[in-house]
Design a protein around this ligand. Structure first.
Ligand code: NAD
Length: 278
């Protein structure tokens, strides 16, 4: 099965479907990532704060998969955005991952109360120029944060990784991204199991029409919207299910019905608001 790729503003390609490891306990990460690689995933999304980079690295090393066939993302945690801390943080992440470079390095949150996110972005530019990551991007940045880092550095991120699922579509950020050649990565793409997306009629109807599961329909919706997506599961059967989404397409009407699931008042958000994470 070939996963489509998207060409980032860096010129590098990212597989549009990957595997996320948020809340995968450190001791289970090696097994989960090994199973994901076995299932066919080649794009892994981790972060320093997940404390499972060593397990991700161990699975990569044992897999024998050539490095250039893998796409590995990690993220800079909020308490390391100041001064030269990002340079130390990437060195530590690379050491834990057992890699010479990652493919994508992200500022995890803008943490606006600390007001170090522009410095963090400037350091990510240096980290890229030093060859420790191929591409750089941000996560949880709202339009005001995106505009500020671009205005102050002249460098546009390759991606913004934000909470995004049918009940919370952040259309202001996705529009800004589309206007600036920035790709959106959807975190919590299945609503983290906290929002009953699978029980929504639009999702259930499409699942029945295509003989697929509701989770597969939601993942397909992300792909057809042009978002990069990496659902998480520690169950091998669900990893395989979430990867098995390339043998059907949603109709325009099905996509439109799922588009309409956002209550538009922000009540579909299941995670934290970027203003509140510092
Ligand atoms: P998700 O929406 O992928 O939900 C994961 C949960 O959905 C699983 O724990 C499981 O309970 C359920 N699930 C998975 N596959 C299923 C299936 N086929 N059928 C039924 N239920 C299924 O949420 P997530 O893990 O938070 O998000 C995906 C990834 O996004 C993370 O692993 C991480 O890499 C990234 N993420 C980033 C941030 C950030 O701040 N940048 C925040 C959260 C997550």
């Amino acid at each position: 099965m070939t996963v489509p790729t998207i060409t980032l503003n860096s010129g590098f390609e990212i597989p549009q479907l990957g595997f996320g490891v948020f809340l995968v306990p450190p001791a289970e990460a090696e097994k989960a990532v090994s199973e994901a690689l076995e299932a066919g995933y080649r794009h892994i999304d981790t972060a320093a704060i997940y404390r499972n980079e060593e397990g991700v690295g161990a699975a990569i090393a044992k897999s024998g998969i050539p490095r250039d066939e893998l796409f590995i993302t990690t993220k800079l945690w909020n308490d390391r955005q100041g001064g030269d801390e990002p340079r130390a943080a990437i060195a530590e992440s690379l050491d834990k991952l057992g890699l010479e470079h990652v493919d994508l390095y992200l500022t995890h949150w803008p943490a606006p109360a600390n007001d170090h996110y522009v410095n963090a972005w400037q350091k990510l530019i240096e980290i890229r120029d030093a060859g420790q990551t191929k591409s750089i991007g941000v996560s949880n940045h709202l339009v005001e944060h995106l505009e500020r880092i671009v205005a102050e550095t002249g460098v546009t991120p390759a991606v913004d990784q934000i909470e995004l699922h049918p009940a919370y579509q952040q259309r202001d950020v996705t529009q800004w991204a589309a206007d600036h050649g920035v790709f959106i990565e959807s975190w919590g793409p299945l609503g983290q199991g906290k929002y009953d997306l699978f029980g929504e009629k639009a999702v259930a109807d499409a699942a029945a029409a295509h003989g697929k599961s509701p989770a597969q329909v939601v993942i397909r919706w992300h792909l057809e919207k042009g978002f990069i997506v990496f659902p998480k599961s520690v169950k091998a059967a669900r990893m395989a299910e979430n990867f098995d989404v390339f043998d059907f397409e949603l109709t325009d009407a099905e996509v439109a019905a799922i588009d309409a699931l956002d209550p538009l008042d922000g009540s579909g958000r299941v995670g934290s608001h970027p203003a509140e994470v510092n």
